[in-house]
Ligand binder design. Sequence first.
Ligand SMILES: [Zn+2]
Length: 202
Amino acid sequence: MTADIGALDLEEAGAVLAAEAARFASFGWMRGTSGNLSVVLSRDPLRLAVTASGRDKGELTAADVVLVDGRGAAVRGGRPSAEAALHARVAALTGAGAVVHVHTVASVAMGRRAPGGIVLRDLEILKGVGQPAHDVDVLLPVIANSQDMTELGDRLEAARNPRMPAVVVAGHGLYVWGADPRQARHHTEVVEWLLELELTGR
Ligand SMILES: [Zn+2]
């Protein structure tokens, strides 16, 4: 479990998330206002700052952020995405301090190709998600999509690999988490790299 990020207020969190979103948008991973990012501001009660819904993720400001509770409901700020509920579920389930959700082409394509999960092995970059680089199969789970965040959260909880900080949602995109926004970003970059390799390498 990560410690509370007591020093980070909502606006500071908004600035951090805006910078992260601009980077992901520049990669083409948050097209057409898709995706959302969050950071945990307190554990008890669980409170997360989540990027505001419907905004261009390359143009967010520190104010484009919503404070949500453990069910993803707004406590302060504007309208959160329905997906905020899944961010809260991931943070509660995994102890993550930050969650990234992006709609990448590689995650959707690989979710379609490997609906039972993606097995990765013998790749140096697996170290970037805390996995052995040799001789061990590493499962990146794939779950079916749903518009019901409770159902989607149940699927994520049932399928998740505790050793892998990511889940692919078929026909949708990718959820990745880490101890803080920087680690969540690094995990996202590594997982996306792995998905692109699987997609192009076969
Ligand atoms: Zn989404």
